[in-house]
Ligand binder design. Structure first.
Ligand SMILES: C[S@@+](CC[C@H](N)C(=O)[O-])C[C@H]1O[C@@H](n2cnc3c(N)ncnc32)[C@H](O)[C@@H]1O
Length: 269
């Protein structure tokens, strides 16, 4: 399968997660209406008060829009979400409408993000389970470079690639299989979702195949440097944005990184 075919398969598979997100729409509206910001501590530290510096924020792989609308609550003047799954975007649009937020939603593969958005972003934000779905990181980096205004910032907060190696059900750090490698390059196909993400009773009876792949930290940074962005800061964190190791004591989880922050900009000239 090529990149396009794997992404198309993923778009269908994400309907399964969207069915779960739909059940959370009302709760998300209430959370956001109360001023909620669905961010971890590192995200809040990097983004700061968006009212001070961010006109347009573009959120790539925005899913049901809770994080996109959290950028609005952080002070962005306008927010735009891009996602490949129409059902996810319907959730996002319902939330924005209920809140009276003039957000824009684009349904497309992130690699084909509309050229109407070129050079309009003060901030491109993405992560929380985004990069593993992309089969071409160089093409992704070029999209980010064209979306940013000169001087605009990229903030990525995503799962640390080391977490690919661990058995998610274990009480301690144990390789998921003897063959795992941090440097695996081949995409992996799977069915269904981690139960820490979608409860078992909400999983589809006949799931679609979905494709994921590992990217090392070097792969990610180098793709963005090659697209012309400038590295400002790279940081690893113990923070987790979902319950990835439901059986492991938090003190043990805290001893290795589970997320990273990547802060870059597009040089002004
Ligand atoms: C784990 S979610 C992203 C995190 C999000 N903040 C959330 O609410 O959990 C991954 C999202 O990526 C989207 N996605 C996967 N592949 C994509 C692609 N090639 N282009 C655009 N969106 C994609 C999925 O539809 C899904 O909504």
């Amino acid at each position: 399968m090529n990149t396009h075919e794997m992404h198309a398969s993923n778009a269908r598979a994400w309907d399964e997660a969207a069915a779960h997100y739909e059940t959370e729409t009302q709760a998300d509206i209430e959370f956001l209406r109360a001023g909620g910001k669905n961010f971890c501590a590192p995200e809040l530290a990097y983004l700061g008060d968006l009212a001070q510096w961010c006109g347009r924020a573009i959120h790539l792989q925005c899913a049901g829009g809770r994080d996109t609308l959290s950028l609005w609550n952080l002070g962005a003047q306008t927010v735009v979400g891009v996602d490949i799954n129409a059902r996810m975007l319907a959730c996002a649009a319902a939330k924005a409408q209920a809140l009276g937020v003039p957000a824009q939603w684009y349904c497309s593969d992130v690699l084909n993000t509309s050229h109407d958005l070129d050079a309009t972003a003060d901030l491109v934000y993405t992560g929380r389970g985004a990069l593993c779905w992309l089969m071409d990181l160089n093409a992704w980096a070029q999209v980010i470079a064209r979306l940013l205004k000169p001087g605009g910032k990229l903030y990525v907060f995503d799962g640390h690639p080391l977490d690919w190696l661990w058995d998610g059900a274990s009480t301690h750090y144990r390789f998921e299989a003897d063959t795992v490698s941090y440097f695996q390059r081949e995409p992996v196909s799977s069915l269904g979702w981690a139960v820490g993400y979608i409860p078992v009773e909400k999983q589809a009876k006949q799931p679609e195949a979905k494709w994921e792949r590992q990217w090392t930290l070097g792969d990610i940074v180098n793709a963005l440097l090659a697209a012309g962005l400038r590295l400002l800061r790279l940081e690893e964190h113990p923070d987790r944005y979902w319950d990835i190791f439901p059986n492991m004591p938090p003190e043990l989880q805290d001893r290795l990184p589970h997320t990273f922050s990547l802060w870059m900009d597009k040089p002004a000239g």
